[in-house]
Write a new protein. Structure first.
Lengths: 349, 349
DNA sequence: CTGAAAGCGCTTACAG
DNA sequence: CTGAAAGCGCTTACAG
């Protein structure tokens, strides 16, 4: 099959109809009421364009106007596949409203380990600004490159001095702990299985919990001090965590409530509670942070949902403001979180 | 802070150094050995470019060469936030190797419900081809638009006549069932909680299971006929599924093995088995399909991992071939799957 | 109401 | 070894 007349330009339409390129552009780019052309001319051109399968070359417009109308999302690699779809969706939604395209590029271990690696997205110009989703500290040479070229830039889901949007992990941990305190709990534990802290949320959730306890005159209680925690990789980790949870639930000084860093911490507890007939929330209140309201524990669980779609929306909106005014630092935006379903929370026995 | 000389072009560098634009382009775009310029000229230009913070305008190159060097990913909305990060990563990796950028755009319910809605990504030209991740049937007007403009296009994670890449759900379900049969199981059930079928995997996993059973002269057994299944939305669904799982595990004719559509089906079973002291895999072998080897059930679980990163890689590679030869239909590529950890599989009692 | 012209930042074939 | 020129497909200010 021959492909003829593929991708006609306004020049070809103009030639076909024996009008000028300007006339074609006018017919195609203005609304009926704003169009200075004779109505018949406009219609004729639009019909021909449709028949010829014309599509505007967005890149040529960029060329002419000097605006890319595009933002790049740079995805960090610390956890190879961590890119929350709802956050990308939130970003895209806001960008799309302003007729911005969204480009995505990924960093990977290999490349970042090269001494002065700079990703293509920073080496060439193809967008008006940069969204960054990078857990932990952004590599120095990447930061330098952004500064050097004064690229408008907003960080999503991470905590910086300015130009960032992140969920209020501190506040939510504080509030969740207070909710438990108000119900009468005094012995509340905090549970996490990570070994060392990459993402600010690891520090902030613990601190929110600790501060709420301290304010109530109580001692914070880190349920498994870091050193004893098995590495995440092994297939036996799941059994180990189940054992650890069982031991905890059977111990004399079992807390009456536990706040978990993530669902991964709560799941073995929920499972271990069943054969021990430890009722949740009757005997033990349980709260975990999570991205969505669903979970795969097979059991109900009170969750503080992270609202990453909103983080994405606000980060994109902030980037659009920075593109308009690159020299004005934007104050960090902190997305409020709340405990949405108090289904595994009740007063202590 | 004033931003001076922002985004210099080769013209500005040429003016600064009093050489021609061609000379600058030559110095910047060729390797040392291929460069016809005097070594001193080349060095002088490159240093000036660096000092001035020069970055190539990738869009201007596109303009000149007629190649966008970009692919668009169109994400369907049937399940609002379903976009597997590992698939996007796989696509981006392959595209990036060929110096392609990747653009992403999302369809949403609102827009698709408008009668003749066409997304911007199809209305304007800004990429060389299209990757589609859309569960279920692609809307007719979108298909038409793609054909009309002869846009090179590959569908990822869905089953079509041609130009698509998807995991071998049929084969994997067949094989998983055979694995159980070979261990001596005769009463093997299939469990799914979806109500109506959108994604091909819902039909194919069931069919793979059914065919394997039939081939062994056994009757397939759909554990919960569709009509009795509670809707997914309610917060009580989790409890209902736990109850249903409990009933199933207690029933006289409990199967000796169960193949689950997803981890969501296996999770309530794993939880319900604990208080009933139904040993898994001792009393019941259990296999589920899943995206990753981890799960949030808090318990070990044999998983057929979907290999969506590979789906993404192959889809991108196929798209690159289609961009080179748009008129040649590409045969569907089916990514083989296997049961990676037979941890909850054992012979029947 | 319509057209001619300039120019965005590159690449490339050709001239000298 | 270096430069002048054309042109990709648009948009826009101006001329007639």
């Amino acid at each position: 099959m021959k492909r003829r007349n593929q991708n006609p330009s306004i020049r070809q339409i103009a030639a076909e109809l024996e009008v000028s390129k300007s006339t074609v552009a006018l017919a195609l780019n203005t609304l009926e009421e704003d169009c200075p052309l004779a109505s018949a001319t406009r219609t004729k051109i639009r019909e021909a364009a449709h028949k010829m399968g014309y599509r505007t070359n967005a890149i040529a417009r960029t060329m002419r106007t000097g605006k890319f109308n595009a933002a790049s999302l740079l995805v960090g690699n610390t956890h190879p596949f961590f890119l929350p779809a709802e956050m990308v969706n939130g970003m895209e939604e806001v960008l799309e409203q302003k007729k911005y395209r969204m480009q995505i590029s990924w960093l990977n271990e290999d490349k970042l380990s090269r001494p002065n690696y700079i990703p293509d997205v920073l080496k060439e110009r193809s967008s008006d600004g940069l969204l960054i989703h990078y857990p932990g500290d952004i590599p120095e040479n990447i930061q330098q490159s952004i500064r050097r070229h004064q690229i408008p830039c907003v960080v999503a889901n991470n905590k910086l001095e300015s130009d960032c949007v992140y969920p209020d992990d501190y506040g939510a941990a504080f509030q969740a702990t207070q909710t438990l305190l108000e119900l009468g709990h005094r012995d509340i534990g905090y549970l996490h299985y990570y070994n060392n802290s990459h993402h600010y949320s690891e520090r902030d959730r613990l601190k929110g919990y600790t501060d709420a306890m301290r304010q109530a005159g109580l001692k914070a209680r880190d349920l498994f001090p870091e050193k004893t925690i098995p590495p995440l990789s092994s297939i036996h980790t799941r059994d180990q965590r189940f054992e650890m949870s069982t031991t905890l639930l059977q111990s004399q000084d079992r807390p009456t409530a536990i706040l978990c860093y993530e669902i991964a911490e709560a799941a073995p507890l929920l499972a271990a509670a069943l054969p021990l007939k430890v009722s949740i929330p009757g005997d033990l209140s349980l709260i975990a942070f999570g991205r969505i309201n669903r979970n795969d524990t097979g059991r109900p669980l009170s969750t503080v949902r992270l609202r990453l779609q909103e983080v994405g929306q606000r980060a994109a909106a902030m980037l659009l403001r920075k593109i308009d005014a690159p020299d004005i630092p934007q104050k960090p935006e902190i997305v409020p979180l709340k405990l949405e379903s108090p289904i595994t929370v009740s007063p202590p026995l």
